[in-house]
Design a protein. Sequence first.
Length: 352
Amino acid sequence: MARIHFISGRLLRLGLGFMTATLCYSIVLNSMLETTIKAQIEESLQGFRLGLAATDPIERESAMATHRRDLEREFWLDRPAWQRVLARAVDIVTLDLGLSQTTETNYPERSRLVLDIVKERLKPTLLLFSISSGISILLGVALGKHMAARPGGGIDRGATALTMIFFGTPPWWVASFMVLLFVYTSPVFKIGALHSVNAGGGWLSMGLDYTYYLSLPVLTLVLIKTWSVAYFTRMMTVVPLQEDYVMAARGQGIPESKILSRHGLRVAAPGITTLAAQVFAQSICGDILIEQVMARPGLGSTLVLALHWNDIPLVTGIIAMITAIYCITFAIMDIMYVWLDPRITYGLGTRQ
């Protein structure tokens, strides 16, 4: 019962947090979106005026005024500002944002609905960042474990230096360097699409072709993320290994590998879980521009294109999806934290 109550509370906070974020950027984007709508209304009125060129001027102006009121009523421009903002927030949550001005889904659907576009571009983005985050966490935890086992050793110093280098280097710069090195200088990988146009011959060949195009973005993200995961794993593991009970375990002849797993990584598991959630969420929010650098169709490249062309409905839909992923990731992390740390009780803090 306590678990159900705890999970319900976290899900409620997730919903409230997402709605608050949605309301905030609904206020920011509403004026921009309404500027676009008003421009579209004026274009519609110009075409309507041409259709009434042969009518009496007085009747034409009356018909124009009526048509303007109808269009403003259709887009809620006749309502108070707070109602328009709330209505826009509801549209954002449901991704009911109408049509994109610049983008459409791939052949054969060719849909310009924002919802369809976001759903299509979300799949390759989630696949890329899920695979790269998973590999980075596995390699980083393993490397951090060895760093913690021999603090100050060669592996520890070398990995720490690489952590500082990659932590201070913009991800888009690393991605650009990888493209120059492995696509143009030494053409090992391909970029620019999800798969070849003529890929065929069965699911195995199509899977290999898809993996070929996916390899360089995954390799780049793993190269960026692994070192920071290793460093933070080392920092969270090395402190428990200095405790007296660990020294006693060593004195009893327990193998060092078991000590690292039982007394190091197990104690650091909640912190590593937090780090894993941050790696994935920050990849979705911050490293999404790597898709643009590598010309890979996804939310990142679509967002850059939408910003360039001032496609406010599509920008709003992508931001809403990224916000939802971010909130869900940390809600899952918060729930898992309680299972991993027995000192935490449901909603009551740390046991005394």
